[in-house]
Design a protein around this ligand. Structure first.
Ligand SMILES: Cc1cc2nc3c(=O)[nH]c(=O)nc-3n(C[C@H](O)[C@H](O)[C@H](O)COP(=O)(O)OP(=O)(O)OC[C@H]3O[C@@H](n4cnc5c(N)ncnc54)[C@H](O)[C@@H]3O)c2cc1C
Length: 422
């Protein structure tokens, strides 16, 4: 698709503004994907990234087959990533080693790609496609009197464009300006991670421990992970959902320590290579579009509540926003909201309901026993959690998705009412 600018963008205020076709706030996977796609079609794109080149993002670095497919659509060469064939689920003494299913259109493998390298690669591709990268510049949207976003301001300079893409990650200053914070009574996640050397760094399976307990013995809805990066190190971390009892007092550092102690010997872990760092996983947004703007990735609350993955959703929503902009800049925000909703809202809603469900310790314990009870059921669990099936997929995976939608939909009001007190 080739982009032809429709009109010269308006100038705002007394200071002369520089005109672009598309302005992107944030240079993570969502912003970079938007920029690659739009710049390749000939649009004049500027990406503002407040970090400096080589910046890191706190992440598990895990790419599901869905994310691998999205990277393929962007033309990203994965030879720098460590290929992953499946997942080892650990629940107390039960261990299930599962292969990624290879259900079309997704490949039968995922990857681990440390974010410092993945994000640098994506930004390089954006630049190669013709996007202008402004590192070390924090941008804020500029609104006109009618509340329409007409551009951004960064480093005392003004830029205008028919559309601004908010790819700024978990809600902060930009979201507050646009009323796009997370929905207060919807769940969210918190997770922490570090790296350590391990002789098992080249293994081809992610490992997830589903039976974490906090220091008071409360079962944690979430998991601890060992993601082998293939470069001598593993990414080790833990994540938890806000639906758990005592979440506001949960000490992630202690949870990380206790998980580390659990896996230390099996993985022959070396010392932490950096201080463990934590960050938020937004799973909802009050708004993800408005006149002159759309939000993509974490900024739009697009994180899978069932496993905490957000890279794929960032890539997919970024590409979608760019494609819609290229075909109709004016109508793009409203169309984006509809189309991103059609692709993800049903699944994410089911995921949020699921997270209320497993916030109940008894249900979590019983459900886990069932989810990993047999190899067959564990395989379906993997397909559903990885968002590799939907209600229309033939077979048990699709059937499970339809049943989960229906049952969780009915149970949701009760689950929310009886949610574990924070
Ligand atoms: C501990 C942890 C583990 C995780 N593990 C996984 C995993 O294994 N797999 C997975 O798929 N997902 C994982 N996630 C989620 C994943 O990290 C995010 O979903 C993903 O980074 C979202 O990409 P994004 O581009 O939307 O946002 P980000 O990657 O957060 O990028 C946003 C960028 O915007 C920049 N920015 C913010 N505000 C401004 C501003 N005003 N001006 C300019 N720049 C700005 C920031 O510096 C940042 O670089 C994990 C998250 C956490 C916290």
């Amino acid at each position: 698709m080739d982009y032809r600018p429709a009109a010269v963008a308006p100038q705002t205020g007394a200071v002369t503004a520089e005109a672009r076709d598309l302005l992107v706030i944030g240079g993570g996977p969502a912003g970079a994907a938007t920029a690659i796609r739009a710049a390749e079609a000939g649009a004049r794109v500027t990406v503002f990234e407040k970090g400096l080149p080589g910046r890191d993002k706190v992440c598990g670095d895990g790419l599901t087959p869905r994310a691998v497919k999205a990277l393929g659509e962007l033309g990203v060469d994965l030879s720098d990533a460590h290929r992953i064939d499946g997942l080892r689920m650990v629940a107390n003494r039960t261990v299930r080693q599962l292969e990624w299913p290879g259900i079309p259109p997704f490949p039968p493998h995922g990857a681990v790609w440390p974010r410092r390298r993945l994000d640098a690669r994506l930004m390089e591709l954006a630049e190669k496609a013709g996007a202008e990268l402004r590192w070390g510049q924090e941008a804020l949207p500029s609104l006109d009197d009618a509340g329409r976003v007409v551009g951004v301001e960064a480093d005392g300079q003004r830029f205008t464009a028919p559309m601004v893409v908010v790819a700024a990650g978990a809600p902060g200053a930009v979201a507050r300006l646009l009323g796009a914070e997370r929905v207060a009574d919807e769940p969210f996640g918190l997770a922490i991670r570090t790296y350590a050397e391990s002789p098992r760094h080249a293994e081809r399976y992610l490992e997830a421990c589903l039976t974490l307990r906090d220091e008071h013995g409360t079962p944690v809805p979430g998991y601890g992970w060992m993601f082998p990066a293939g470069d001598g190190t593993v990414n080790i971390g833990v994540g938890a959902l806000s639906t758990m009892k005592g979440f506001s007092k949960l000490n992630l550092n202690r949870l990380q320590d206790s998980y580390r102690a659990l896996v230390q010997d099996d993985w022959e872990l070396g010392p932490d290579l950096e201080r463990p760092r934590a960050w938020r996983l937004p799973m909802s947004a009050r708004r993800r579009h408005g006149p002159g703007w759309v939000a993509v990735g974490d900024a739009a609350g697009l994180v899978n509540p069932m496993n905490g993955e957000g890279i794929d959703y960032g890539l997919e929503s970024g590409m979608l926003a760019a494609d819609l902009f290229l075909s109709d800049p004016t109508g793009a925000p409203a169309r984006y909201d509809r189309e991103v909703g059609a692709r993800f809202d049903g699944f994410l809603r089911t995921g949020r309901r699921f997270s209320f469900l497993i916030g109940h310790p008894w249900i979590l314990r019983t459900g886990l026993r069932f989810a990993v009870g047999t190899q067959g059921i564990a395989n379906v669990t993997l397909q559903v959690m990885g968002n590799l099936v939907d209600g229309s997929t033939p077979g048990v995976g699709g059937l499970t998705m339809r049943a989960a939608d229906a049952v969780l939909g009915v149970a949701d009001p009760v689950l929310r009412r009886t949610r574990a007190a924070a």
